[in-house]
Design a binder for this molecule. Structure first.
Ligand code: HEC
Ligand code: HEC
Length: 470
């Protein structure tokens, strides 16, 4: 923001109400964010300005003058008070653990991945919110994924969810009309999510669904696959990592106060800010395939891609999924309470994702090269226990179950695996157990050279750097 670069200063004033910040120049200003956007203001700005604001928030190293820190609140997703008493401002394990989103998401540039040193100890903060141990029963240690192409990820998830909900809706109507139980396959974009049995009294039996929650909402964010939208994740992350609280989650409507964390600041990030932050993440560049210069390696990439399919990697890491519309509306339709929702009578902010680099299929749908089926799978077993290394249950999902990693960009995001503790792609493949056992065995039965070709192919899936720096 032009004004921000000039706003080099503000008098120290801990009780300053954030929403009333003016943009006048203030000497000695140590706020990282000198301007907040309301949803109404969002309408007055062009898309580039909004995106810039989102990037500024993603890169901002928040200070106590922005409301960073949460002396009286935990990292929990729902408002939870800390025990009164001294709490350190920063806490590498239980958080707040960092200054900026791009403190972790920074490779190859802002919005990218992070290496092992920026792992997060994710505990959702409800039970052991002040754990200072790395023992795995207190938290799940996770590596930092990249966010490139995440607008497409959220849109694909929304379209699949809508399809599955339509199937459920139709089955309910049919079973009532025919007065008998109906069993329907849950299929969207050729991905099979098991079956649903609907009884004529309205009872829905979800015991045979697969890879998805019983509410049939695809949750594509976090490596466990438990978060619905960029907005939901960003609200959590702002609180957990930085102690920056949104009124959408911690505000007076839920907690009878707009300063739940008792640091003297209310509305530390506004709804307009959050929409801008979502837009920045959603419009990060599409991961691309970059072929090596050497002819020998180029043909290895092509052969490796064929072998990838031949050994069944693409049964889960589906190369491309069709997307009907590139229009991204914010907030999205499946947000739970505690996030701005599409049903709220608020301003719907809409923008189109770039079609640059995308191809269409014969139905006119955009092909998104995401390499995932958006499902959760058992990925570890007794023979291959590595990916079953967590001890703390998250949302009652078994510890050996994870969302199929999206492989676009994987050539730029070493180290690998949900804990970021594997240094080579080949080892990562060899750790695949559970539902991926057959495919791993097929990979193991390839010759050494063929296995290297698969690796060469994966290396070609890369991230591009952000072009414009602030
Ligand atoms: C201390 C490091 C760290 C910081 C700071 C951080 N993140 Fe993350 N981020 C992670 C890790 C680790 C994950 C993976 C979480 C998981 O799998 O459970 C993640 C996941 C995400 C995801 C989901 C991506 C996906 O593909 O599943 C989004 C979105 C995200 N972060 C946004 C943000 C935003 C916005 C901020 C700033 C408010 C932020 N992050 C700050 C480490 C960090
Ligand atoms: C049954 C589904 C399934 C099959 C089949 C499968 N994978 Fe995976 N893959 C996963 C899941 C789930 C993860 C996430 C593992 C974790 O980190 O917990 C993953 C992770 C990965 C990763 C790590 C990505 C990262 O960013 O760290 C790579 C690389 C990978 N798979 C490659 C392959 C290859 C190559 C094959 C074929 C030999 C294959 N996978 C077969 C489900 C599958």
């Amino acid at each position: 923001m032009r004004n921000e670069s000039f706003a080099i200063a503000v008098a120290f004033c801990a009780t300053l109400s954030i929403q009333s910040h003016s943009e006048e120049l203030i000497i000695g200003d140590e706020r990282a964010v000198t301007r907040h956007l309301s949803l109404t203001e969002l309408q007055t700005l062009d898309k580039d300005q909004i995106n810039q604001h989102g990037r500024m928030l993603f890169d901002a190293k928040f200070t106590i003058l922005d409301g960073a820190g949460r002396p009286a609140a935990t990292s929990a997703e729902v408002p939870v008070k800390r025990r009164p008493g001294n709490t350190p401002a920063f806490f590498r394990t239980a958080g707040p653990d960092s200054n900026a989103c791009n403190g972790c998401h920074n490779q190859p540039s802002s919005g990218g991945a992070g290496e092992f040193v920026v792992n997060v100890f994710s505990a959702e903060g409800v039970v052991n919110h002040e754990f200072d141990t790395l023992e795995p029963q207190f938290s799940n240690e996770r590596g930092t994924p990249h966010l490139h192409g995440s607008g497409f990820v959220e849109l694909l998830a929304r379209e699949i969810t809508a399809d599955l909900h339509n199937i459920r809706h139709k089955a309910l109507a049919d079973s009532q009309e025919k007065k008998k139980s109906i069993k329907v396959p849950l299929v969207s974009k050729d991905i099979k999510f098991g079956t649903l049995t609907v009884h004529s009294d309205g009872f829905i039996d979800t015991s045979k669904i697969s890879g998805i929650d019983p509410d049939l909402i695809v949750r594509p964010f976090s490596q466990k696959g438990v978060f619905t939208s960029l907005r939901q994740f960003s609200i959590n992350a702002m609180n957990a990592h930085h102690g920056i609280q949104s009124n959408e989650r911690w505000g007076v409507q839920w907690t009878h106060t707009n300063d739940f964390d008792e640091d003297g600041f209310d509305s530390e990030i506004t709804s307009g800010d959050l929409s801008a932050l979502v837009m920045f993440q959603a419009t990060l560049p599409l991961p691309v395939q970059i072929f090596p210069k050497q002819k020998l390696l180029r043909s290895a990439v092509k052969e490796g891609e064929l072998l990838f399919s031949q050994v069944g990697c693409n049964t889960c890491h589906i190369k491309q999924l069709p997307l009907t519309s590139l229009s991204f509306s914010e907030p999205g339709p499946y947000n739970a309470a505690g996030n701005l929702r599409a049903s709220d009578e608020s301003y719907q902010f809409e923008f189109a994702l770039s079609k640059s680099g995308l191809k269409k299929d014969s139905n006119g749908h955009w092909l998104i090269p995401v390499f995932s089926d958006f499902k959760r799978h058992v990925i570890a077993d007794a023979e291959k226990p590595h990916f079953g290394n967590e001890r703390l249950s998250q949302r009652f999902i078994p510890n050996q179950v994870f969302l199929t990693a999206r492989l676009w960009g994987v050539g730029s995001t070493a180290p690998y695996g949900h804990r970021g503790d594997i240094s080579t792609l080949k080892e990562t493949i060899l750790h695949h157990g559970g539902e991926a056992r057959t495919s791993r065995l097929a990979f193991e039965s390839l010759t050494d050279l063929e296995q290297r070709k698969v690796v060469e192919f994966l290396k070609s899936l890369q991230l591009t750097k952000l072009e414009n720096s602030l």
